[in-house]
Design a protein around this ligand. Structure first.
Ligand code: NAP
Length: 257
């Protein structure tokens, strides 16, 4: 629908690293105007610089904890003030904190549910008035294979990601006749920092494992490519859900492949 050649304004959450950063850079190469959200200021600044070098028409960043209503409202309002419109929202920020339900802390439950689900609600709600006024918009919410299949030790994450799918389907129906497409992408295993956070690996362990094989996981750039494909569908085509899996489970790759 939105020709990416028309320098659309895109908000990408969790753009400081991983799939979010790769999506920002893929959109930058297409000349998009970018508003990047995450909590890590220095990583966001790095992403903005990279995006500008790669061809983004403009790029700004807002430090924002997606769990916090006022921070989300303020980051979206600042984006609107800066660009005057919002064409795309990629709701990518997310994390897991793994652990079996017996003994799982309420604090971890809240972190996982609030980051993955409450954050998606807050950002969608914040951008909808602008998209409705413009008469167009695209929202892509990132769920997971864990949003369709339960995984042992990931109950909180599964609950949140199942929730993202239901939320996306319902919102999609609310706004489809307003020329706003809401889609959900379910990536499979992707080589990012995600599993370090999920397994609570210390920086020391991560360093010791640097350069390790990532098995058959996808790269964040491969997932970003699929996100761009969702954004580039023709006018009357709504790609409402994409399930993305690594193809060859025997293919061993290293981080630098
Ligand atoms: N990697 C996989 O195998 C995989 C598979 C399926 C789905 N996914 C989903 O893909 C999305 C991206 O994950 P990734 O693999 O790229 O992981 P990642 O490299 O760990 O990146 C996660 C991003 O989310 C941001 N984030 C986390 N909590 C936040 C908060 N409270 N407020 C704002 N930003 C926050 C982080 O930024 P800051 O820390 O700077 O805030 C970071 O930019 C997530 O929704 C994840 O659930 C990943």
């Amino acid at each position: 629908m939105l020709a990416l050649s028309e320098q659309p304004v895109a908000i990408i959450t969790g753009a400081s690293r991983g799939i979010g950063r790769a999506t920002a850079l893929a959109l930058a190469r297409r000349g998009a105007r970018l508003s990047l959200f995450a909590r890590s200021e220095s990583l966001l600044a790095e992403a903005v610089n990279q995006a500008k070098q790669l061809g983004a028409s403009d790029a700004v960043a807002f430090v924002c904890d997606l769990r916090d209503e006022s921070q989300v409202e303020s980051a979206v309002a600042s984006t609107l003030r800066h660009f005057g419109r919002i064409d795309i929202l990629v709701n990518n920020a997310g994390l897991s904190l793994n652990g079996e339900v017996d003994g799982y802390s309420l604090a971890d439950w809240s972190t996982v549910i609030d980051t993955n689900l409450r954050g998606v609600f807050l950002t969608c709600r914040a951008v909808l008035p602008a998209m409705k006024k413009q008469g167009n918009g695209q929202i892509i919410n990132i769920s997971s294979g864990a949003g369709r299949n339960g995984i042992r030790g990931m109950a909180a994450y599964c609950a949140a990601k199942f929730g993202v799918i239901g939320f996306t389907e319902a919102l999609g129906l609310e706004v489809r006749n307003l020329n706003i497409r809401v889609s959900v992408v379910l990536p499979g295993s992707t080589a990012t920092d995600f599993s370090n956070t999920a397994r609570r690996r210390t920086a020391q362990v991560q360093e010791a494992e640097a350069g390790r094989s990532i098995g058959y996981a996808m790269t964040p750039e491969e997932v970003a490519g699929a996100i761009l494909a969702v954004l580039e569908q023709p006018a009357q085509a709504w790609m409402s859900e994409v399930v993305l899996r690594p193809l060859n489970t025997e293919l061993l790759r290293t981080i630098d492949d």
